[in-house]
Design a protein around this ligand. Structure first.
Ligand SMILES: Cc1cc2nc3c(=O)[nH]c(=O)nc-3n(C[C@H](O)[C@H](O)[C@H](O)COP(=O)(O)OP(=O)(O)OC[C@H]3O[C@@H](n4cnc5c(N)ncnc54)[C@H](O)[C@@H]3O)c2cc1C
Length: 506
């Protein structure tokens, strides 16, 4: 990635998914190497135009970034610099800005998605033609690409041995912070001609979503959530599967946009694990899943849509299963499939846990991990819909959408992934509900019309007697849908559908 191996006295740090000033590899290197450092972020129209084409002008991620940049700018201005924010094509703006600032090098933290790698290649070439170096540093993962390999030197495709090798390789230095000397006096003020106001959301075609009212944004928001989670991390193993309990960290959006350093999270988890915390041990495992899926994508770029397609960073259409045989499966199609998919998207399947989960996603951009598994399995194995449709819907709506983790999660649910559940494992949406939302608290929060049902019938309202329904004020088909499929029948159909891959999977 380094076009020329020089740094020079002036440097530009280009932020992408690392919106912070602390423990930041590229920023640290720039401050160490250069006398004058500028910091820039581009609202890249190669990504944003794709969102607008899909009518996602009320996009919480764009708002989250926008809010987080305000804080970052204030922080940099307090240190004598400021954040240069532009709206346009990053592949053109960054080389242009680098020339205007007269820098010798552009510093970035590496991005592992194929489309981002291609973007960086184009930027690097443009910089090279102006004799400007382009440096990329590992920052968003602990171990990248092929740093953790099997004993035979191969790439892992199963999580548990990967995790064991990952833990074995881990040294304290892997978790050292890339501390940035913010008081070095090296943050240069932005030249007047380049010090433009930050583009407003509306000037870029987006609307405010009010995300900051329920999700703390920026570095301070991440620290707040992390501090709160530190108080419950030791119980994580016992609470993490229950969506009505405040069990998980809710930090995924922050690690997605780098408002907190992954090293800080892993350091905390690892230290607590060594001190005997079961909760921290399990949480660390989740963070290793994150590295695992980055590693899988980095070694199997065919999992992402072709970069030559217009779909760039957010596209998911038409890409391959990890296990190619699974692309032989014939999914439902036509108006019936569209109708079933619409009901799933809108939380109108008649299965309360599935519907409540979809409402959580649609209202907040977050969905609890257990529920992601339940709704994904329901879409694929109860409704017979291609997992890519669900993957795309999550890509459009999840605050923490990350191609590697999302693709990994969907391919896990569809059994086509690297370390996926077996094809014959089909979650029963009713027993999942009874087990993980026994009192129906989560369901009631998102489907208040069901709040008068007993904890026995709330998981499957059609099994309630007429009198109970009447007392609860529910008429099925009017106040809440009847189930759109029968689970037992759907299960049988799925086993037939998957018979094309059955032999290969056994
Ligand atoms: C179908 C499906 C789609 C998913 N899509 C995404 C996605 O787009 N982006 C995303 O970050 N996670 C995704 N996940 C993983 C997981 O559901 C979320 O990371 C988690 O729910 C985020 O909430 P949290 O931060 O409170 O998690 P916590 O339980 O606190 O977990 C801590 C961190 O570990 C990481 N993590 C946890 N589980 C996984 C996992 N299975 N794979 C990779 N990283 C993990 C996340 O960074 C998370 O913040 C998906 C899972 C499924 C089943």
């Amino acid at each position: 990635m380094t076009a020329r191996n020089s740094t020079g006295s002036r440097g530009l740090v280009w932020l992408r998914r690392d919106l912070r000033v602390h423990d930041h590899h590229a920023l640290r290197m720039a401050v160490k190497a250069c006398q004058e450092v500028w910091v820039a972020f581009v609202f890249d129209t190669d990504i944003l135009s794709y969102l607008l084409e899909r009518d996602l002008n009320k996009d919480r991620r764009v708002d989250f970034i926008w809010q987080s940049l305000q804080e970052l700018d204030a922080e940099l201005r307090a240190k004598g610099g400021g954040l240069i924010v532009r709206h346009g094509k990053a592949v053109e703006i960054i080389p242009q800005l680098a020339k205007e600032l007269g820098v010798q090098a552009v510093f970035t933290n590496k991005d592992y998605e194929p489309a981002a790698i291609e973007r960086d290649r184009i930027v690097s070439l443009a910089l090279e033609s102006s004799e400007i170096a382009f440096h990329g540093y590992k920052d968003q993962v602990i171990f990248e690409h092929q740093e953790v390999l099997t004993g035979q030197g191969g790439v892992f495709s199963v999580f548990t041995p990967y995790k064991n090798a990952w833990l074995k390789k881990l040294q304290a230095t892997d978790l050292d912070a890339h501390a940035v000397n913010l008081d070095s006096g090296r943050f240069a003020s932005i030249p007047k001609s380049l010090d433009l106001p930050m583009p407003s959301l509306s000037s870029m075609g987006f609307e405010s979503t009010g995300i900051q009212s329920y999700l703390p944004t920026g570095m301070s928001g991440a620290s707040q959530l992390f501090e709160e989670f530190a108080g419950r991390i030791d119980h994580y193993h016992a609470t993490r599967d229950y969506p009505s309990v405040k069990g998980p960290s809710y930090l995924s959006v922050h690690s997605r946009f780098g408002t907190i350093s992954i090293r800080a999270l892993v350091r905390e988890a690892h230290q607590r694990m060594l001190a005997g915390s079961m909760g921290a041990t399990i949480w660390l495992s989740e963070l290793i899943w994150r590295d695992f899926y980055f590693m899988i994508l980095s070694n199997h770029p065919r999992l992402a849509p072709s970069v030559s397609k217009k779909t760039l960073l957010h596209g998911t259409a038409g890409h391959e299963s990890f296990k190619p045989d699974y692309d032989k499966i014939v999914w439902e199609s036509g108006p019936k499939a569209q109708k079933l998919f619409k009901a799933w998207c809108e939380g109108k399947t008649g299965y309360p846990l599935v519907d409540a989960a979809m409402h959580q996603l649609n209202q907040s951009g977050y969905m609890h991990n257990r529920l992601r598994m339940v709704v994904a399995c329901f879409l694929i194995k109860d409704l017979g819909i291609d997992w890519r449709w669900g993957e795309q819907y999550f890509a459009d709506h999840l605050n923490d959408f990350d191609f590697a983790a999302n693709n990994g999660g969907w391919q896990w649910a569809s059994s086509s992934g690297c370390d996926a559940q077996p094809y014959f494992r089909i979650f029963n949406p009713i027993t999942q509900s009874e087990k993980f939302d026994a009192e129906g608290k989560f369901i009631k929060k998102y489907l208040p019309q069901l709040s008068k049902l007993s904890k026995k019938t709330i998981h499957a309202p059609w099994l309630a007697g007429d009198i109970e329904l009447e007392i609860a004020g529910i008429r099925l088909g009017r106040d809440y849908p009847l189930p759109i499929v029968q689970h037992d029948e759907a299960r049988k159909n799925t086993l037939i559908r998957y018979s094309v891959v059955k032999k290969e999977s056994l």
